[in-house]
Ligand binder design. Structure first.
Ligand SMILES: *[C@@H]1O[C@H](CO)[C@@H](O)[C@H](O)[C@H]1NC(C)=O
Ligand SMILES: *[C@@H]1O[C@H](CO)[C@@H](O)[C@H](O)[C@H]1NC(C)=O
Ligand SMILES: *[C@@H]1O[C@H](CO)[C@@H](O)[C@H](O)[C@H]1NC(C)=O
Ligand SMILES: *[C@@H]1O[C@H](CO)[C@@H](O)[C@H](O)[C@H]1NC(C)=O
Length: 391
């Protein structure tokens, strides 16, 4: 008991010594570069292979317009043309743990590898420094979709910890590469999307409980990371409490339809479209299709994130357990001399296994997007048949 108490004090001292400024909040002030990792909720259709500075504008998101990464970047002149979003539709965290069935989008692990190829080392194509660079990660959507479809036949109790442990390893890898400001978004209530609801209340319950389990473990992981790296800043933005009020009462957010989507808008990239075949204009819907929110919701999300990042006390209360967790895990590490299960990962650097490919300028990102659409639709149809017991 006594030694634990002393260890706690020692842990607190370590935190203070390592981080005199105790930089726990993440601010957008002074941010000049944004690197983003994620899945369809974050993708903009960018790949550094198409040219590092060839940032896509309209057309690469699943929002029918811009998405939250873009709105966040556009909010300041310094990041307006300096955001590199490696997210890909269908991405999981680690494709060795759970793999997308039909396509092979780059997982978080592969996105980080690709990022290292282009943005790390002497030949990095963009100059960035830790103090002015924000790293965002938003994963988990696929664990309520393809992932959980897999999990129904596998074992969520076993898989979720493996996914979360990979996530921790990858944030650690970014840290080792110099990342110091992290904005980490957690899973929204995708089980309330029309797609999931179309399978009935039992399926919604399964998804809801898997989401809750993933979320709980991810929150703990993020607190562990913040404790492990006191010289870095972590902001955890929970998307569920952002999205739920919109779904509960779309009208109070100037949206008119919150429980369905209009097929005429699916896979379109015309933000102002107002089709006679639909009950309202695209911008008045919460859902662009049966699983992805519209740009209107992404815009609100970016605004909400901006408010959150401008408000240190909101960030502190979001991480209300932060100090307790930080102190106790630091104490644990210093008293036992051990660390928890974050595996060291070999850095690839510029002599790594993946040879850097020179950027190809041209329209291949667009070509990939075009190829993706029928694939996505075919896959949805297959999944519906399988869940309905027809395949
Ligand atoms: C971002 O750039 C666009 C032009 O590409 C410009 O119209 C807009 O005002 C810029 N936004 C900010 C916040 O500087
Ligand atoms: C799932 O894995 C856990 C932990 O390994 C085990 O306790 C449980 O029995 C497994 N469940 C099924 C249905 O196999
Ligand atoms: C991804 O999963 C594989 C297999 O479980 C594991 O060996 C690898 O370390 C994981 N990657 C990360 C980044 O944790
Ligand atoms: C809704 O629209 C009205 C009128 O344009 C505006 O005053 C109000 O701020 C909007 N509310 C939200 C939540 O965007």
């Amino acid at each position: 008991m006594l030694s634990l108490a002393r260890a706690v004090v020692a842990g607190a001292a370590v935190l203070a010594a390592v981080s005199p400024s105790a930089a726990k909040g993440v601010s957008l002030d002074g941010v000049e570069t944004i690197f983003s990792f994620g899945d369809s909720y974050s993708t903009v259709g960018y790949s550094p292979k198409d040219g590092v500075h060839d940032l896509p504008l309209l057309g690469g998101t699943t929002a029918g317009g811009f998405n939250w990464v873009q709105y966040l970047a556009f909010s300041s002149a310094s990041t307006n043309h300096s955001y590199y979003d490696l997210a890909q539709s269908g991405a999981t965290v680690n494709s060795s743990v759970l793999k997308h069935e039909a396509a092979s989008p780059l997982s978080f692990e592969e996105q980080v590898d690709l990022w290292e190829d282009f943005f790390i080392g002497d030949e990095a194509e963009v100059k960035w420094v830790p103090e002015t660079t924000l790293f965002t990660a938003f994963f988990g959507i696929k664990y309520a979709d393809m992932g959980y479809t897999g999990l129904q036949h596998q074992n969520a109790t076993e898989k979720i910890p493996q996914v979360v442990s990979s996530y921790k390893n990858l944030i650690s890898k970014l840290y080792e590469d110099g990342a110091r400001k992290f904005l980490l978004l957690t899973m929204p209530s995708t089980f309330r999307a029309p797609y999931i609801r179309s399978f009935g209340p039992d399926m919604v319950k399964t998804f809801e409980s898997n989401t809750a389990s993933f979320l709980a473990q991810l929150k703990t992981a993020i607190s562990d990371l913040a404790a492990r790296y006191p010289d870095a800043s972590f902001a955890r933005f929970d998307v569920q409490p952002f999205l739920d009020p919109i779904l509960d009462d779309p009208k109070s957010f100037n949206l008119t339809i919150g429980d369905s989507s209009c097929p005429a808008y699916w896979n379109t990239h015309e933000p102002e479209r107002n089709s006679d075949a639909c009950e309202a204009a695209l911008k008045d819907y919460v859902w662009l299709d049966d699983y992805h929110p519209t740009w209107s919701v992404h815009k609100l999300l970016a605004e909400s994130i901006q408010e959150f990042l401008a408000d240190e006390s909101a960030q502190a209360s979001a991480l209300a357990n932060f100090d307790a967790v930080a102190t106790s895990s630091t104490a644990e590490a210093s008293s036992t001399g051990s660390t928890d299960a974050i595996a060291p990962i070999a850095r690839r650097g510029r002599h790594g296994a993946n040879r850097r490919r020179r950027p190809l300028h041209g329209g291949s990102a667009r070509a990939r997007r075009m190829a993706w659409t029928p694939q996505l639709l075919a896959e949805r149809a297959k999944m519906r048949r399988r869940w309905a017991g027809l395949a």
